[in-house]
Design a protein around this ligand. Structure first.
Ligand code: DON
Length: 592
């Protein structure tokens, strides 16, 4: 199917004569582009020094947002578990130690590459409950309600994490399920020492979580004070729920006590999820979306994520440009990035949604021919126009988490999962101790409603019973000549796709060691609003001036994503774990 191009993308505007482009000045090179701020909201403690070296191990590696959770996964690898086992154990541990995004009440995606080169994905994205309707986020007068869409029990999707882990384990795991959940049940039950990032984060979300009694009781002291770093946090109800999952598998979550508690929570707060919705939830195994870039194989998540498709579309556009003639912080390169992003995000908005409900032209969008057409519309030194109408796609928060696992045999697992906003809805299920997602906010707000406040109402991503909401999560694996090269991913709403792509570009086009590829500063463009956001630390003022002179609206923003990645040393085969320093509690844990 030929894909229509936006005419406006092919011509530039707002061009004004500017200074002659000059190579960016990065005084001390990328090593000086320190990104000190942490991922979490409140930033009380000084940031840890930024690592310049990845953690090395011969056999296995886990890198996640929580050093405690990475260690849980690493121990599973050391005990003979494979990368799937370790990913499941790490995921359950993050639900305890990284409550901002680690979860059993949310959902996500897992991309797996086996040692023989085959690959698969597990889709455990949340689904809309059976009572969902296209107009479910409108109030009694028919007006769109952001509160219903993002901040009410109606915004909770049927969680997928436990079913996704169970499916991955049943098909590809090696160790007994019990042993994968038990460490997390114990962590919650006996407590863990609160790390600095979590302490700061919980202090910062006191008002949000404080709206719900069960959240207050779980995450704050009896007098309402937050836990300080170094104190012990015990999560007893969560420990009980994890115990049920440990003992009964997915039924410990989707049936019986946990399901009853969740359904009762919904009834008390006007939510839609019923015990039947829970019992009917199924995760799905899907073929990965694949592309190639400069001789490397890119294996990523297909719809209902937009991530893999959009990233491969962008990489295809960029592959035809002389990337190696540029520095990764040069205005010319950043302009190419912005123009590729603009085009792919436009296609994301138009074409992508749940593949079980839409025909999606994946092959066309990820094809080299289509990319060539798009590339031809890029003007070397001036910004295109996104659209005559100032339309954006709506709210997405910045709180998800990604982790990467490689085992001794070379099996690689890339997992990104989320509650959507930080701590999801902020509501802990009373009696069950886990946080609920607010993922329904990733559906379009109202059919046909596309307006300048940032809403979009195109058909592929309108809510319907059982449907999965469109995601940007981009867990990705890179290989070459049959060998594993890297495992990458990130949180960050729509910025995820661009963050992951830039780590991949840094590794492949600029040959950076993995820790530098992760640390390097990043940019984001998402078609609309028509602006290029750059991380505060890392780009020289002259670079930003040069981009503005090309017609880009450049906005300096905070940190973009946290891409906990693993690369394989080409010569030695060592696993190189690069925790992203933008996440304060992150850690890489290897075993030899
Ligand atoms: O699935 C998505 O694309 C969003 N719900 C992810 C949200 C997110 O990344 C927030 N995090 N950092």
């Amino acid at each position: 199917m030929p894909l229509p191009l936006l005419r406006s993308l092919q011509t530039g505007r707002r061009w004004r004569p500017g200074p002659v482009l000059r190579p960016a000045v990065l005084a001390a090179g990328l090593a000086a582009t320190l990104l000190h701020s942490g991922h979490l909201a409140a930033q009380a403690a000084p940031a840890a020094p930024r690592p310049t070296q990845a953690v090395q191990a011969r056999a296995g590696m886990v890198v996640s947002a929580s050093a405690i959770a990475s260690q849980v996964g690493r121990d599973v690898l050391a005990a003979g578990g494979n990368a799937i086992d370790a990913a499941i154990a790490t995921g359950f541990a993050l639900a305890v130690t990284y409550p901002t995004a680690g979860n059993i009440g949310g959902g996500g995606f897992m991309v797996v590459r086996f040692p023989d080169g085959r690959a698969t994905t597990i889709d455990f994205r949340e689904r809309a409950p059976a009572a969902s309707r296209p107009h479910m986020f409108t109030d009694s007068s028919g007006a769109y309600s952001a509160r219903l869409h993002h901040n009410s029990h109606v915004s909770v999707g049927v969680p997928g994490t436990v079913a996704g882990f169970e499916l991955a384990h049943r098909k590809y795991g090696r160790m007994a399920w019990r042993g994968l959940v038990a460490p997390s049940a114990a962590l919650a039950d006996t407590g863990f020492v609160v790390p600095t990032g979590l302490a700061a984060s919980l202090a910062g979300v006191r008002n949000k979580l404080g709206q719900y009694e069960a959240s207050k009781a779980a995450y704050y002291k009896p007098d309402g004070a937050p836990y300080a770093a170094g104190e012990r946090l015990v999560l007893r109800d969560l420990g009980q729920t994890l115990g049920r999952i440990r003992d009964a598998g997915r039924d410990g979550f989707y049936r019986g006590t946990t399901a009853r508690l969740l359904a009762a929570e919904m009834q008390r707060h006007g939510g839609l999820i019923t015990e039947e919705d829970l019992a009917r939830y199924e995760a799905a195994e899907r073929e990965p979306v694949r592309g190639t870039f400069m001789g490397y194989d890119i294996i990523s998540m297909p719809p209902p994520s937009s991530g893999g498709v959009a990233m491969i579309e962008m990489l295809n556009i960029l592959e035809g440009l002389p990337l190696k003639s540029q520095k990764p912080d040069s205005p010319q390169y950043l302009h190419w990035l912005a123009e590729s992003m603009r085009r792919a995000f436009r296609d994301r908005a138009v074409h992508l949604g749940d593949p079980d409900f839409n025909a999606i032209p994946v092959a066309e969008l990820t094809g080299k021919d289509y990319a060539a057409t798009l590339r031809a519309g890029i003007v070397a030194d001036k910004a295109s126009v996104s659209s005559p109408a100032d339309v954006r796609q709506g709210y997405e928060s910045d709180e998800t988490t990604h982790y990467s696992v490689v085992d001794k045999d070379g099996m690689a697992v890339s997992v990104t999962y989320t509650l959507e906003a930080g701590y999801g809805l902020g509501a802990v299920v009373d009696g069950a101790g886990f946080l609920l997602n607010n993922e329904m906010g990733d559906f379009n707000g109202k059919p046909g409603l596309t307006d300048s406040t940032g809403l979009i109402g195109t058909a592929p991503n309108v809510a319907a019973p059982g449907k999965r909401m469109l995601s940007s999560m981009t867990p990705t694996i890179v290989a070459r000549d049959g060998q594993l090269v890297a495992v990458v991913g990130s949180p960050g709403g729509r910025t995820i796709i661009n963050t992951v792509m830039q780590v991949v570009l840094n590794l492949i086009a600029f040959d950076m060691p993995v820790q530098q590829a992760v640390n390097a500063p990043r940019v984001h463009h998402q078609w609309l609003p028509d602006r290029l956001t750059v991380e505060r630390e890392g780009f020289a003022p002259a670079t930003l001036d040069a981009l503005r002179a090309m017609g880009h609206e450049v906005r300096v923003g905070g940190q973009q994503g946290t891409a906990h990645s693993i690369a394989i040393d080409r010569k030695t085969g060592a696993r190189l774990g690069a925790a992203d320093p933008r996440d304060r509690d992150a850690g890489a844990a290897g075993h030899n």
